[in-house]
Write a protein of this length. Structure first.
Ligand code: GRF
Length: 204
C-alpha cells in the first residue's frame, strides 16, 4: 500500500478529488492522515467523515496541536511514502523538508515559475494573472524545497483564459484542472513512474 498524507488549510476540494480518484478506481493508495494548521476547516471535516486520521500542526507546542517533530516521528514510523500539500498555507519548516527529501509535493494554482512566492496564494494569484493580461494560466505540481514555490516542477496543465472577464473565472477554471492533475501525479508516484534527473522531472 502506498501511503500518503495530505496537508490542507481550507475547503479541501483537492483532498476530495484525491480521495474520489482512489476510492473510485480502487487504487492501492491510502490517505493515512490529513494535517492542517487549523483545528476546523473543510479538509479536516471531510477527513473525519471518511475516518481518516487528522492532526493539527503548529510550529511551537500549543494545546490541541502537534509539532512538526512529532509528525516526522509519526510519518517515519508508519512508512509514509508521499506528503501532499493541497492548499496548505503555512511554510513547512526546513527540518521537515530535510526529513523527507523528494517526498513532499505541492499544488500551485498558476504556471510556475510565474506567479509564485510569498503572498502568492488563493485569489492573489488569480488576480495577478488577470492583471498581467496573460492568455493562459494553469496548475503546477512541484517538489517542495526550502523556498516558496521553488522546487522542481513535476507536472503542469494549462487553461485558456483568453476570454476571462474576472479573476474568479480563472480561479474556477484552474481549480477544475487541479482536481485531475494532482490525483494523476499521486498515482504516478504510487506506481514509481516519476523519475528525477537533475533539474527535470520525467513522468513515464
Ligand atoms: C487550490 O487552488 C490550491 O492550488 C491552492 O489552494 C487551493 C486549495 O483549494 N494551493 P482546496 O482547499 O483544495 O479546495
Amino acid at each position: 500500500m502506498f501511503k500518503i498524507c495530505v496537508f490542507a488549510s481550507g475547503r479541501g476540494s483537492n483532498l476530495k478529488a484525491i480521495w474520489q480518484n482512489i476510492a473510485g478506481r480502487s487504487l492501492n493508495i491510502e490517505i493515512y492522515s490529513v494535517v492542517s494548521d487549523k483545528t476546523e476547516c473543510g479538509a479536516l471535516e471531510f477527513a473525519r467523515e471518511k475516518s481518516i486520521k487528522t492532526f493539527s500542526v503548529a510550529h511551537k507546542g500549543k494545546a490541541g496541536f502537534v509539532t512538526y517533530d512529532f509528525l516526522i516521528e509519526e510519518f517515519k514510523r508508519n512508512g509514509i511514502n508521499l506528503i501532499v500539500l493541497a492548499g496548505f498555507l503555512k511554510k513547512i519548516p526546513d527540518e521537515f523538508v530535510d526529513a523527507f527529501p523528494d517526498k513532499i509535493i505541492n499544488i500551485h494554482p498558476a504556471l510556475l515559475p510565474f506567479f509564485g512566492g510569498k503572498g502568492m496564494y488563493g485569489m492573489n494569484v488569480h488576480k495577478a494573472v488577470f492583471e498581467s493580461g496573460m492568455k493562459v494560466s494553469g496548475a503546477t505540481v512541484h517538489f517542495v524545497d526550502k523556498i516558496y514555490d521553488h522546487g522542481k516542477v513535476i507536472a503542469q496543465k494549462c487553461v485558456d483564459i483568453s476570454s476571462a472577464s474576472a479573476a474568479g473565472e480563472i480561479a474556477n477554471a484552474v481549480l477544475e484542472v487541479e482536481h485531475s492533475l494532482l490525483p494523476f501525479v499521486i498515482e504516478k508516484f504510487a506506481s514509481n513512474k516519476i523519475i528525477v534527473k537533475r533539474k527535470r522531472v520525467y513522468i513515464h
